[in-house]
Design a protein around this ligand. Structure first.
Ligand SMILES: Cc1ncc(COP(=O)(O)O)c(C=O)c1O
Length: 240
């Protein structure tokens, strides 16, 4: 086995225990055998999380809460929320999530948002909103975003997809962004600065000079809802 394969082996612990499917089989499987296999994997994987030594990734350790979530998801697992006329609960629930997030982040009546899936989409959306606002309101044709070296790599993905140049700001030595380095940059093309250092700290307040930088660059974190000015309703949601 090549050295690289050996290093990756832990990512594929089921290779030797369960069949690997490379195409749809002509014959289906018994439901129970599928459930048994999934339960075996889930049980082993939960044991790691249940040790209580995982930071990040797992946001609640209670199996009673997992059961409650499962019950709620079960009711809508088959719903296609594109069909908002058939599933208006999606509109209600999404608007409430946006409103709760907006209230935590001190949004106002003009704040709007959309529920996204996963970190990458959640970063692409605000980057798109900031890019388009910078283009419209400031005439910035070649946008740049300034992020700490510790910010999540998904911001690079968003930059790549949206044609935004990503500048990586160094840290000042206390895990916080070197704001002086940011201040020395030419200002004309920056449409947004991220104060979020994913791997080390989440608080916007840990971005020293956030207020003054926000005035210049409109500070944002990957947790903030995209907030272009839109319909002046308390909790409007963008349609997909
Ligand atoms: C802050 C942050 N941004 C982006 C991502 C990327 O998320 P995903 O792999 O779901 O696209 C993560 C994932 O952990 C994250 O924590």
């Amino acid at each position: 086995m090549a050295e690289d394969d050996a290093a990756l082996i832990d990512f594929y612990p089921y290779r030797d225990r369960f069949k690997t499917y490379h195409r749809l089989e002509p014959q289906g499987r018994e439901r129970q055998s599928i459930l048994d296999e999934l339960a075996a994997m889930a049980g082993e994987e939960d044991r790691i999380a249940d040790l209580g030594r995982v930071s990040g990734s797992i946001y609640h350790g209670g199996h009673d809460h997992y059961a409650f979530l499962t019950e709620a998801f079960r009711l809508f697992a088959h719903s296609n929320v594109l069909q908002r006329d058939m599933y208006p609960s999606a509109t209600k629930l999404e608007a409430e999530i946006v409103a709760m997030t907006s209230s935590m982040l001190h949004g106002d009546a003009g704040t709007c948002g959309v529920v996204t899936f996963g970190g990458t989409e959640s970063l692409i959306n605000p980057m798109l909103a900031y890019r388009d606002r910078a283009r419209k309101e400031k005439g910035i044709a070649e946008p740049e975003v300034i992020i700490p070296v510790t910010a999540h790599v998904a911001l690079e993905k968003a930059g790549h997809l949206l044609g935004i140049k990503v500048l990586r700001a160094p840290l000042a030595g206390d895990w916080r962004v070197d704001v002086e380095w940011v201040r020395r940059l030419p200002r004309s093309r920056s449409s947004v600065a991220s104060g979020c250092t994913w791997t080390h700290a989440w608080e916007v307040s840990s971005f020293p000079g956030a207020k003054s930088s926000a005035t210049r660059f409109r500070a944002s974190t990957s947790a903030s809802p995209a907030s272009p000015r839109c319909r002046p309703t308390p909790t409007s949601t963008a349609s997909r």
